[in-house]
Design a protein around this ligand. Structure first.
Ligand SMILES: [Zn+2]
Length: 142
């Protein structure tokens, strides 16, 4: 994004406007789409001030967001590692296995994890079976 200081040749009003590029400015000007914010005239020119480009803050925020996302992702991956190690994967049989444990007192050494639909989870909950939804990242490493 480039910020231009524009001046109206009609009323001498100056104002700031953002454009995606200098070419974008020229294009809009050619199409007479840049109007004075004061008198609506299209006789608007760039002032000689050098264009400013959004830089530091924008980049920093983006970096912060990426870092935050990376931290969350790492936490989820850690959690997944923990679950893989301590729980038994039952895949799509999750609801079946969860019920077996709940109703038949099936003995298990490990908790189970697997996939279930939201509806399945709702039903389980209604039956008093506690299942947690865990955010899951499919990593292709395994
Ligand atoms: Zn004007």
């Amino acid at each position: 994004m480039i910020k231009y200081k524009l001046i109206c040749k009609q009323c001498n009003f100056t104002f700031d406007s953002w454009f995606s590029s200098s070419r974008d400015f020229e294009k809009l000007k050619k199409k007479e789409l840049i109007n004075c914010h004061n008198c609506n005239s299209i006789k608007v020119e760039k002032t000689l001030m050098a264009p400013r480009v959004i830089s530091k803050n924008f980049d920093n925020n983006l970096k912060k967001d990426l870092k935050k996302y990376k931290n969350i992702k790492n936490k989820i991956l850690e959690y997944q590692k923990f679950i893989r190690k301590n729980f038994e994967y039952v895949g799509k049989n999750f609801t079946y296995e969860a019920r077996a444990i709940h109703y038949n007192n099936k003995k298990i050494n490990k908790g189970i994890y697997g996939s279930a639909s939201i509806n399945d989870l709702k039903e389980l909950k209604e039956e008093g079976i506690d299942a947690q939804i865990v955010p899951w990242i499919d990593d292709n490493k395994n």
